[in-house]
Ligand binder design. Structure first.
Ligand SMILES: Nc1ncnc2c1ncn2[C@@H]1O[C@H](COP(=O)(O)OP(=O)(O)OP(=O)(O)O)[C@@H](O)[C@H]1O
Ligand SMILES: [Mg+2]
Length: 239
């Protein structure tokens, strides 16, 4: 569905991604793992067109999307939920959600989307539609950013560290939401530091491990478990 071939991404003169190649297959949960600063978020930003690669190729469902601006990438059916939660604080929950729907333009039926998407996945937000985004708790803001990406009806959702800073109960809730999304046919590219959660989501999942801007390993959770000493070396944790 999504293929990255030897992409090299820079911030100014700093060469961050080195010949990164990976593939996300339709219907799977692909997890990108690695220590802080190895280039996980930069990989997502390269795909989204926020920090376009200098060389290499990105193909989504057969179309070359390398270097397209973010709004065009979004229109093709990819959404990114960035690490920094970007709820718009002075807009209400409903207004935040409407912004998400704008991306897809006329295709979206608002009432239906609210019922079938927002309230189905996030019943909690229903009670808070007229509250300002900035007044939501951290966990609720995280739900709103996911909901806002979801109302654009993406085929591929890229989620950058969704459980960061959340209490365990909410971490589990986010895990359940990701499973539900996959069951509903959304393909997921997930960056997550909570390895136990990230590698235990589904039968249909694989992971890539990055170090210093390079992809070092890939495989199913079982395959990584069999090579756990290498994985622990790259991640600096016990699996
Ligand atoms: N806007 C920027 N300008 C310059 N350097 C940047 C910028 N954003 C990130 N970097 C650098 O690029 C490298 C990769 O950063 P990136 O955010 O992709 O890492 P990450 O794997 O997502 O880390 P984390 O787990 O901490 O989120 C880091 O060395 C970082 O300092
Ligand atoms: Mg990051």
């Amino acid at each position: 569905m999504l293929v990255l071939e030897n992409i090299n991404t820079y911030y100014g003169y700093s060469h961050i991604l080195h010949d990164v190649s990976l593939e996300v297959k339709e219907g799977e949960i692909l997890v990108l793992l690695g220590r802080n600063g190895v280039g996980k978020s930069t990989t997502l930003k390269s795909i989204m067109g926020i920090q376009a690669p200098k060389t290499g190729k990105i193909t989504f469902e057969g179309s070359d999307i390398t270097g397209l601006p973010p709004f065009k990438v979004a229109r093709m059916g990819i959404s990114l939920i960035p690490e920094e939660r970007r709820v718009i604080p002075n807009l209400t929950v409903l207004e935040n959600l409407k912004l998400g729907m704008l991306i897809r333009g006329k295709e979206v039926n608002r009432e239906e989307t609210m019922e079938n998407v927002v309230f189905k996945y996030f019943p909690r937000l229903k009670e808070r539609l007229h509250q300002l985004g900035g007044s939501l708790s951290g966990g609720e803001q995280q739900m709103l950013t996911i909901a806002r990406a979801l109302v654009a009806n993406p085929r591929l959702m890229m989620i950058d560290e969704p459980t960061e800073g959340l209490m365990p109960l909410l971490v589990d809730e986010i895990g359940e939401i990701i499973k539900k999304l996959q069951a509903d046919g959304v393909t997921i590219l997930l960056v997550e530091q909570n390895y136990r959660l990230a590698l235990g989501l589904s039968e249909k999942q694989r992971a890539y491990i990055m170090e210093k801007g390079h992809i070092k390993m890939s495989g199913s959770p079982q395959e990584l478990q069999e090579r756990h000493e290498e994985v622990e070396h790259y991640l600096g944790v016990k699996l």
